[in-house]
Design a protein around this ligand. Structure first.
Ligand code: ARG
Length: 457
């Protein structure tokens, strides 16, 4: 394509090193979509005759079929998807085909094509993410009244509604939903018509191509348009946090489904066995959700490091951005695809979860707060209840085992009205602060969650 200026052909080793076909051939349909819009605009701008425009569009349609049927074999000598398609167009149409690249550079072509591709994938991903949020809402609704231990430092802390727990994951993934929407908004500017970097002397109508390709507007600065990849970083930022959230959820499930905890029951279809130990049922899917997170974060870093220190504007380093993008998308889609049905099929043994709190120590805070309502400063109350716990531990008893008489001795400040409060149910029910675990509060969270999902993007 640039033979005019050169005395020698490109060395074979350079061709191999610089070609990007292995990472951009998948963009072919989007390249054609962009070329059709560009061609139509060239016609209205008077740079192509209507007949030439028609011939180009028809040939592009033919090339698209050749590609989808697999009969088009791209050549590495032609470096990338864009030059392969243009070369074929010229093969088919001769001088007319040679007119399509008018006012266009591969720099704005690449920027456009990746944006079109990413917009498609993110639109589908947004639907998948809403599916995950919907399952979390269903789970929450089903389990509002189920009580499980809440942990800090993975030590039993206070009893909580399982519905509240599901809604905590809902919160995290709904923030991801916002980040995904933001990544989609970053794709609303159309770079086509920015040329190599500075625009064009030809009368291109950038508003026409932007609207033809369903963008909100043409991008405002041609230098920035061809050299920036923020929209990819916005995707990677979404993907990284999404994966981190998946991996934390997966880790919880690994723990809660283990023999020692045992109140979360994983569906057989989502577990694997051992080649040696007949009794095993392993949570490999969860471990892989956790394990794949590293790659997702790695792809984000890969892009940021590529971008760091790049001079304005397009630099060839940018060619490397597509590999990680595509891999990340495929991995994230796969994670979502397995997580949604797994979550839907998870079951819970509520009795076992409560058994885990049989010693009653998870209610120690409740006793201290009871004392606060009787006028005792919290720090003193904390210490007094701490001593009760110490006595219990020494006597190998739990809080629930203490008789009325023993409470009178160990905690004379407490009245008989303490005892009815000492149940897991009451502990959950009474945590009515905004955002707290009380059943009523959880119902409200679920209602807000439903409204969010019903709201337009
Ligand atoms: N194959 C390249 C890419 O994907 C296109 C390079 C276009 N620009 C250039 N100056 N070589 O980024």
């Amino acid at each position: 394509m640039w033979k005019g200026r050169f005395r020698e052909n490109t060395a074979k080793v350079v061709q191999d090193f610089t070609q990007s076909l292995d990472i951009d051939w998948f963009l072919a349909p989007y390249d054609i979509q962009g070329s059709v819009a560009h061609g139509r605009m060239l016609v209205t701008a008077g740079l192509l005759s209507p007949e030439e425009g028609e011939a180009i569009e028809e040939a592009l349609g033919r090339i698209e079929k050749e590609i989808s049927s697999g009969e088009f074999t791209p050549s590495e000598e032609l470096e990338d998807v864009h030059m392969n398609i243009e070369h074929r167009l010229i093969e088919l149409l001769g001088r007319v085909g040679a007119k399509l690249h008018t006012g266009r550079s591969r720099n704005d072509q690449v920027a456009l094509t990746v944006r079109l591709f990413l917009r498609d994938r993110l639109t589908r991903l947004a639907e998948g993410l809403d599916g995950l949020l919907a399952v979390l809402l269903e789970k929450a609704e089903e389990h509002v009244q189920v009580i499980i231990p809440g942990y800090t430092h993975l030590q039993q802390a206070q009893p909580i509604s399982l519905g509240h727990y599901w809604m905590a994951h809902f919160e995290a993934f709904s923030r991801d939903r916002r980040r995904l929407r933001f990544a989609l908004e970053s794709l609303e500017d159309c770079p086509l018509g920015s040329g190599a970097l500075a625009g064009s002397t030809l009368p291109l109508d950038r508003f026409a191509t932007a609207s033809e390709l369903s963008f909100a507007r043409p991008s405002d600065n041609s230098l920035d348009s061809v050299g920036q990849r923020d929209y990819m970083a916005d995707y990677h930022s979404f993907a990284s946090l999404f994966a981190v959230h998946c991996s934390r959820l997966a880790e919880d499930f690994v723990i809660y489904s283990s023999g020692e905890f045992g109140w979360l029951l994983l569906p057989d279809g989502f577990c694997t066995g051992s080649s040696m130990m007949p009794q095993k049922k392993n949570p490999d899917v969860l471990e892989l959700l956790r394990g794949k997170t590293g790659q997702i974060v790695g792809h984000f870093l890969d892009l940021l490091i590529t971008l760091k220190g790049l001079p304005m504007t397009y630099d060839r380093d940018l060619q490397e951005d597509k590999r990680g993008l595509r891999r990340s998308l495929t991995t994230v889609e796969g994670m979502l695809e397995v997580l949604v049905p797994l979550l839907a099929a998870v079951q819970v043994d509520g009795a076992r979860a409560e058994e885990g709190m049989a010693d009653g120590f998870a209610l120690a805070t409740d006793v201290a707060e009871y004392l606060v309502l009787r006028g005792i400063p919290f720090r003193e109350a904390h210490e007094k209840v701490g001593r009760v716990v110490k006595e219990c531990l020494a006597g190998k008893k739990g809080l629930f085992d203490l008789s009325r008489e023993e409470w009178r001795v160990l905690l004379p400040e407490a009245g008989d009205d303490l005892l009815p409060l000492l149940s897991l149910r009451s502990a959950v029910e009474r945590r009515t602060t905004w955002g707290g675990t009380a059943f009523d509060r959880v119902h409200e969270q679920i209602a807000r969650g439903r409204a969010l999902l019903a709201s337009a993007p």
